[in-house]
Design a protein. Structure first.
Length: 680
């Protein structure tokens, strides 16, 4: 498979899908087809206009005459009908087969009535032919469809742009050296060389080298991410100034990039309640148009003696009522919102989930790994007067540096984060169930918890005693630094709260949403985190299998609930929630439990989802009102209700207005791109 085929396989067609059947029927056509038919129809319409007696009377000019010149409008009008109108006639047949008459049926009725009436007049029936109206009507309809297809194509173009992120060729490392191969030839286990500035060809793990990688296409964050041995890298991201040797772990459809594209494509084609509403409105509008058009024809034939005028009114009503804009109103907004979400690290798996997010009452966060990092960090230090806090931390890190325990590693990390130089230790020994002992800078030091303190019957100053009790009250892990029989310092450690969590809670509160925390931790630990972040409700000491019950309990109170978790032991709760959000997916985008997958481990993205959902809903509502609402005035006007005041809507002008409504809907949908999703 060549590289372009590789791109095409994953790019797919984003599908403006979800529109009514008529919309879907013509959505399969290419932009180029509508463009070509439009320009050819323009050329074919010119002779129709030039040799039309009505046009000649209006402009005060006469066209050259020659034998059979009076049939020029009929000949070229027929050509426009058969060539330009064929796409609408085929679409109408598709709608009728599906028993869902819509836009294509109305357009086909309008141009067919105009064609057969004009044909009858040309061959002797009394009246005025509508050849120029027919030609301009078809041409303007083609222009409207061309504009619509371009709008949808641009909205869905993000998928093809993502496909282009993969390089054509890459350098594979072999036993004999290196070779340049097509990306499609890579297999799992291959070793590739990624030079500075090159795109990474496949998902993999760094085996050698160090560099900063631009992952903005995956996370929406422009800041490069440092990569070193063992780090995971993603296909399509761009290497910085360093050189990397990467072992391939995923290619083709197994890459994160392909997963993102698949989710975006599925979200764009999945149906939503707003789309169902648009479909129903389009169907009823079609019925109303046919009834109104028939009534218009009957009334004008009964009150007047000009059948051409009656047919013109019928055609104008059928054209003006075409649910063209209605078919575009929702799919275009969906295409834009899902690609906008993807660019901001919000991958929508099920569009209904995004739709529900606008009306959430409560967001339930799993604590560990979501609001917190899942890693222990030092949150408080107290010493006696003999040591400063930084000196106590430095010595404690020296004692703990050889320990593999997560608490020990948290102390060492805290010292390094503060820029402290961790001293060398000797004689390290772990005392099971109590703590550790080591010699640091000739001092024999011990580290251990309250039980170790009691075992040694150590002397504890008032400051350290009070600080230790406060740490325990908050549910923190308390560790003492001891020398001889005296406690030198006490450290309070806890699962580190993410820096972004506070901003996330504040943003959700501003949106009027209750924030709930769900955790298996002890109540004291959970309450401490909740107080720190300003969380409203806490469910502590909850077993994994009980999480879904807590979600259902909130729903029983009449609340619409979102659950945010890591997608592993939170899966039942994610499925039970009105909106399930899998957070911290990283490169694993195939999370099946959530409606929305967050690429970053950033709880602020919840507020971004709500903001995107509300903005998307507003745009859908605006478009639906415009697409259907203007018919309240347009249909009576097209029917000739103000004919007595000299106000008439010609069929061609009706087509202009109908196409204009489509353009307005498309332009309004594009404004969604300006939505500000920044939080905190």
């Amino acid at each position: 498979m060549d590289h372009q085929a590789h791109h095409d396989e994953h790019a797919g067609h984003g599908g403006g899908g979800g529109g009514h059947e008529g919309h879907d029927k013509h959505a399969g056509h290419s932009v180029a087809m509508f463009r070509d038919r439009f320009w050819w129809s323009v050329l074919l319409s010119l002779p129709t206009l030039v040799w039309s007696p009505s046009i000649q009377d209006w402009v005060g000019l006469e066209a050259p005459t020659f034998p059979l010149s009076e049939y020029v409008p009929a000949a070229f009008g027929t050509a426009v009908f058969l060539y330009g109108g064929l796409v609408f006639l085929k679409g109408a047949l598709g709608e009728l087969r599906a028993r869902l008459p819509g836009m294509m049926v109305l357009i086909s009725l309008a141009i067919s009535v105009a064609f057969f009436y004009s044909l009858a007049v040309t061959f002797g029936w009394d009246g005025e032919p509508l050849w120029w109206e027919l030609a301009t009507l078809v041409t303007i309809m083609l222009l409207g469809h061309w504009i619509e297809m371009r709008s949808i194509g641009q909205a869905q173009g993000a998928l093809k742009e993502l496909a282009k992120l993969l390089p054509d060729l890459t350098v594979r490392i072999t036993g004999e050296g290196t070779e340049e191969v097509a990306v499609s030839e890579l297999r799992e286990g291959d070793l590739v060389l990624v030079r500075p500035g090159a795109a990474i060809p496949a998902d993999g793990a760094v085996q050698e080298g160090r560099s900063a990688v631009n992952e903005s296409m995956l996370t929406g964050e422009s800041k490069p991410v440092q990569k070193e041995v063992g780090s995971r890298v993603v296909a399509g991201t761009v290497n910085g100034s360093g050189s990397l040797r990467v072992e391939v772990t995923g290619t083709g459809a197994k890459t994160a990039l392909a997963g993102i594209m698949r989710l975006v494509s599925e979200a764009q084609s999945s149906r939503s309640r707003a789309q169902v509403l648009a479909d129903r409105a389009a169907f009823y509008l079609t019925v109303v148009a046919i009834v109104a058009g028939t009534a218009t024809l009957v009334v004008w034939l009964a009150v007047g003696d000009n059948p051409a005028f009656a047919v013109q009114r019928l055609v104008a009503v059928l054209v003006i009522a075409c649910p063209h804009a209605l078919g575009l109103a929702v799919p275009l907004v969906v295409a834009i919102s899902t690609t906008l979400g993807a660019r901001n690290g919000l991958l929508v798996r099920d569009r209904r989930g995004l739709e529900e997010a606008r009306s959430l009452d409560a967001v339930v966060f799993d604590k560990t790994g979501t609001l917190t990092t899942g890693e222990f960090g030092v949150v408080s230090i107290a010493t006696d007067e003999a040591l400063s806090e930084s000196e106590a931390l430095r010595l404690a890190a020296g004692v703990e540096q050889d320990s593999e325990h997560t608490i020990a590693q948290g102390i060492v990390a805290a010292a390094r984060d503060k820029g402290l130089e961790v001293p060398a230790a000797s004689g390290f020994e772990a005392i099971p169930g109590h703590g550790v002992v080591a010699t640091v800078e000739t001092r024999e030091l011990r580290m251990g918890g309250p039980a170790f303190l009691r075992t040694l019957d150590a002397t504890v100053s008032d400051a350290i005693h009070v600080a230790g009790e406060e740490s325990e009250r908050r549910g923190q892990t308390t560790v003492y630094l001891l020398e001889g029989g005296r406690a030198l310092a006490v450290f309070g450690l806890a699962d580190k709260v993410r820096e972004e969590s506070r901003a996330a809670v504040e943003a959700l509160h501003r949106m009027g949403i209750e924030v709930v925390m769900l955790t298996g931790d002890a109540k004291a630990v959970a309450d401490a985190v909740a107080r720190d972040l300003g969380i409203d409700t806490v469910f502590a000491e909850v077993l994994p299998e009980q999480k879904a019950d807590k979600i259902r309990a909130l729903q029983a109170e009449g609340k619409k609930v979102a659950m945010v978790g890591d997608g592993v032991n939170d899966a039942p709760a994610l499925v039970s929630a009105d909106v399930g959000v899998a957070i911290g997916a990283g490169t694993d985008v195939a999370v099946e439990a959530g409606d929305v997958v967050l690429v970053r481990s950033d709880p602020r993205d919840l507020a971004r989802i709500v903001a995107l959902s509300r903005a998307t809903y507003r745009k859908m509502l605006q478009n639906l009102w415009w697409a259907a609402g203007y018919n309240i005035f347009a249909i009576p006007l097209a029917a000739g209700i103000l004919a007595g005041q000299g106000l008439l809507l010609a069929p061609a002008f009706a087509a202009v207005l109908m196409s204009l409504s489509t353009i307005i809907v498309a332009a309004n949908a594009q404004l969604l791109r300006r939505t500000d999703l920044s939080v905190g």
